[in-house]
Structure formats: C-alpha cells, structure tokens
Design a binder for this molecule. Structure first.
Ligand SMILES: C[S@@+](CC[C@H](N)C(=O)[O-])C[C@H]1O[C@@H](n2cnc3c(N)ncnc32)[C@H](O)[C@@H]1O
Length: 277
C-alpha cells in the first residue's frame, strides 16, 4: 500500500528531489510581495514546457488508478480514520446550521466533488441531503461508486470528469470538495469555485475539507498534488469571491499527519457573520 501524501505531514521523501530542483519553493511567503512571488513561481511551474506540467491532470489520474477501490485506497492507507473524519464533518454541518438556521431549510441537493468510491456520499451526504450527485474523474472509482450506491434512490447522477472541466447542469444546496482541492492548479481551482458559486441555490454553501501545510506549499511529484497553506487557500477563496462563514480544524487525527481544515464558503457579502475556532 502506497502511503499517499494525503496523510503525511512533511515533504521529506516525495518532495525532496523537487525541492532540490526548485529550492525557492521551500520558503514561506509572509508578505504580499512574497505571495505574489509564490503565485509567479507556481504559474511558471504549471505553464512551463516540461512534461511534468503538461501532464498534471493525466498523471494525477494515473496515480489514482493504482490505488485500491476501498477506504484505505482513497485515504492513503488510513481508512480506519473514516469514522473520525465523518463524525467531525457531521459536527461541522451541525455547527453551520446552528449559526445559520436558514441553511437547515435547505438540505435538498448536494454534489460530492472528487468523490472517489463515494465514501463521503455514503457515510454522510446521502443521510443529510435528499439528492446527491457525484463528480469523479477516475473511471475505476466511478465504477465502484456506482456499484456501492446505485441501489440508493437519493443518489442520482455520476459524472466522470475532472473538476477543471466540469460544467454544472443543476443548482446545489451544498457542494462538498474533500481531499481533491490539492489536485487542482490554482487558476483552474478559482474558476471551478466560481462555477460552484454560480450554481448554488439561494442559501447554498460550499464545503472544502483539505490537508493544510504549515507554511508555503508542498508539491508531490508522485501523485501530482499540491498541499497549500491556510493562507494560500484563503487567497484562492477570496479570488473566487467567496466568504468563509465557518472554519475549523479536524481534531483527533494522528500527529504525523497534515493538519486538515474545513471551510464553509458562501458568495461574498451575503453573510458577514464569519466565525472561527
Ligand atoms: C484522496 S481521494 C478522496 C476521495 C473522497 N473525496 C474521499 O474523501 O473519500 C482523491 C480523489 O480525487 C480524485 N481526483 C483527483 N484529481 C481529480 C480531478 N482533477 N477531478 C476530479 N477528481 C479528481 C481522485 O481520483 C480520488 O478519487
């Protein structure tokens, strides 16, 4: 079993060669100027001629084809953390409802993005929302998700596609983006979030649950992912005109793992009562 970067804390093994080739990536940008430099570096990296950049998404997909179609496979060998993950996500949704009671009227349709084998849908979303659709680019995982979920009447459409190319066909009350933001390049991610924002119902919201680096970003040349810092995510949300209405850190995960954060997002200026842990 390959221990995917999803659950490793530091870029010791995979990223070391990369950090050596791109030493500037190891510095954290604290000032705005440094943030701009960082953006510039990423842009150069992703726009470069190198095969690595051109094949970002196809190589990422190839990586997922090699992983098993089970909880361990989609959780980097940490399938046993499923219950803790789901328990906290459920609590986060409850907190969101308590702070914003109008949301509780509105749990009709959700989209599970980068859904894998449908773990989050099965364990959480289909128990909370009346209808759930899944979006996932890996054919092997979509196949397994259909197998697992097709008997449930509230699971509706399975879209096999990358987030970066998805065109929304419906309105959603919740768009759930868990452990897939790190596979998407900055520009594509902002565009995707904007499309999400335009496809939300009146009181709809976006949930991002993702690994967070302590500082700067960490590229993984094995699975073509980028682990971003909290401040980098906040910049991207802001670029997509999204407000953070609730944010919390996942508790109780083992120390060796990356911090995992949850963000609830809404279109900017719809709700000014931002709350933090
Ligand atoms: C770490 S797994 C998480 C799966 C699921 N969200 C969960 O928590 O169980 C990452 C998933 O993202 C999918 N993925 C990777 N890149 C993607 C992309 N560009 N568009 C859509 N899905 C992608 C992978 O195939 C994989 O199923």
């Amino acid at each position: 079993m390959i221990l995917k970067n999803l659950f490793k804390r530091k870029p010791i093994l995979y990223s070391l060669p990369f950090l050596i080739s791109y030493p500037q990536f190891s510095n954290y940008a604290k000032t705005q100027q440094k943030h701009q430099n960082q953006e510039e570096q990423l842009k150069n990296l992703w726009d470069g001629d190198d095969e690595f950049q051109k094949e970002w998404y196809s190589k990422g997909n190839q990586y997922w084809q090699t992983c098993e179609s089970n909880y361990d496979g989609v959780m980097g060998g940490y399938g046993h953390l499923n219950d803790l993950d789901i328990k906290f996500s459920r609590y986060f949704l409850q907190q969101l409802q308590e702070k914003f009671p109008q949301l509780s009227q509105n749990f009709n349709r959700a989209l599970d993005c980068g859904a894998g084998i449908g773990r989050v849908t099965k364990e959480l979303l289909m128990n909370v929302f009346q209808k759930v659709d899944l979006l996932e680019q890996c054919d092997k995982y979509i196949f397994e998700a259909k197998n697992q979920l097709k008997q449930y009447p509230n699971v509706e459409d399975f879209y096999q596609m990358g987030l970066q190319e998805f065109q929304f066909q419906k309105q959603y009350d919740c768009i759930w983006i868990q452990w897939v933001s790190n596979q998407i390049k900055d520009d594509d991610y902002v565009r995707f979030l904007q499309k999400c924002s335009n496809s939300l119902s009146q009181d709809g919201f976006i949930i991002v649950k993702e690994n967070i680096s302590e500082e700067g970003f960490i590229l993984d040349s094995q699975d073509y992912s980028i682990t971003r810092s909290d401040s980098m995510y906040k910049q991207l949300f802001s670029k997509a005109n999204l407000d953070i209405i609730l944010e919390k850190k996942q508790p109780e995960f083992p120390d060796e793992l990356f911090d995992v954060k949850m963000y609830a997002l809404k279109r900017i200026s719809e709700n000014k009562n931002s709350i933090q842990q």
